[in-house]
Design a protein around this ligand. Structure first.
Ligand SMILES: [Zn+2]
Length: 303
C-alpha cells in the first residue's frame, strides 16, 4: 500500500518473508522460502488503533499520544491520496479492519505493506483475546519461495467491475491480478466468481429453511473453491462451518460429523493456540443437535 522504492524499511528479521520494491508498485512482501498452507507468516501489534470513521482531529489526538519510534514507523507508510490531510491519507491507505464486523481499524508496519490481489494467497486475522492483540498474516495455500504475498483488501467475490470500483474509490488503483485480467475477457467466469459469495450468503440466510437447496449450494461452492480458488484454507473452513445447520435440519448426522471434523481440523490450523475459543459455535451446534450415538469421538477432535 505504498509507492516509494527509495525508502528503507526496518529489517523484519524473519525467516519467512522479506519486503522488497516492485517495479511501479512500491514495496511488497515476498516469501523467503516455500510456505505450507496455514503457516503463520507474521504476527504484529498495531502501531495505532482507531474507530473506522475517525475525524482528522481524533486521529491526530491518538497519534500525538504515541512514542516517537511508533510515529516514525507510521510516517514510513505512505498515502495514496496525497491531497488529503497527511495522517488521514496514511490511515485511509494502510489501515486494516480489526475484524470482519469491527468498527475499529489498525495500522501495521509490515502487514500494511502486503499488496492487494483478488486472487490472494494469504489472509489476515485479528486476535483479541486475553493479553493478545495482534494481526496475523496466514498462508491460504501452499506458497513457493519468491512468490509475492498478497491479500484481498475487499470482499473479493464481486463482479470485476464492482471490485474495481471499490478499489479505485478507496485506494486509487486498478487491480491487474490474473483473475481480473481473465474476467475482463471472460464474462462467464466473472459471473461464476461472483455467484460464489451469493451461495455462501444463501446458506447462511436460509440454512434452517431451505436446507436441501443449501446442501446443493455447498457442493457447488466447494467444487468452485477446489477448482478456481486453489483449495483456499479460509474458504474451505467457512464452507464446512456454514453447512452444519442445513445438515442438522436434514438430520444427516454422518455428514454433520464429517463436516464438523473438517471444520475443526482447519479451524485449529487457522486459529492456532486460540482455536478452542473460535470453535465454540461448532461445539454448541453439535451438543444441541447431534444425537449422542453419532457424537462418539468428536469430543477428542476438539482437544
Ligand atoms: Zn484483481
Amino acid at each position: 500500500m505504498n509507492n516509494s522504492i527509495e525508502r528503507v524499511i526496518d529489517d523484519p528479521q524473519s525467516d519467512l518473508f522479506v519486503i522488497k520494491p516492485i517495479d511501479g508498485k512500491g514495496l511488497g512482501m515476498f516469501a523467503k522460502c516455500d510456505l505450507q498452507c496455514g503457516t503463520v507468516i507474521v504476527c504484529e501489534k498495531p502501531l495505532m488503533k482507531f474507530p473506522s470513521y475517525s475525524s482528522s482531529i481524533l486521529l491526530e489526538a491518538i497519534y500525538d499520544k504515541l512514542d516517537s519510534e511508533t510515529k516514525r514507523r507510521i510516517q514510513f507508510l505512505l498515502a495514496s491520496q496525497t491531497r488529503k490531510h497527511p495522517l488521514v491519507g496514511i490511515c485511509d491507505t494502510n489501515s486494516i479492519p480489526l475484524a470482519h464486523d469491527s468498527n475499529e481499524k489498525g495500522l501495521f508496519y509490515y502487514i500494511s505493506m502486503v499488496n492487494h490481489s483478488c486472487e490472494s494467497n494469504t489472509f489476515w486475522i485479528w486476535f483479541d483475546y486475553n493479553n493478545r492483540q495482534e494481526m496475523t498474516l496466514i498462508a491460504d495455500r501452499r506458497i513457493k519461495a519468491g512468490e509475492e504475498l498478497v491479500c484481498s483488501y475487499i470482499e473479493r467475490f464481486h463482479l470485476r467491475e464492482r471490485r474495481h470500483e471499490i478499489l479505485h474509490n478507496n485506494w486509487l488503483f486498478k487491480c491487474q491480478c490474473d483473475i481480473c485480467e481473465r474476467h475482463e475477457k471472460d464474462k462467464t467466469s466473472d459471473v461464476q466468481w461472483a455467484s460464489y459469495s451469493k451461495a455462501i450468503d444463501f446458506i447462511l440466510e436460509y440454512g434452517s429453511k431451505l436446507s436441501q437447496e443449501c446442501m446443493e449450494a455447498f457442493s457447488k461452492s466447494l467444487k468452485f473453491v477446489q477448482e478456481h480458488y486453489h483449495h483456499s484454507l479460509l474458504q474451505t473452513f467457512m464452507l464446512h462451518f456454514c453447512i452444519l445447520i442445513p445438515c442438522c435440519m436434514l438430520k444427516q448426522w454422518q455428514d454433520v460429523v464429517k463436516y464438523s471434523r473438517t471444520a475443526i481440523r482447519l479451524g485449529k490450523i487457522i486459529y492456532g493456540d486460540d482455536y478452542e475459543r473460535y470453535l465454540i459455535p461448532i461445539k454448541e451446534i453439535i451438543e444441541a443437535e447431534v444425537p449422542m450415538e453419532y457424537r462418539t469421538g468428536l469430543e477428542k477432535d476438539f482437544k
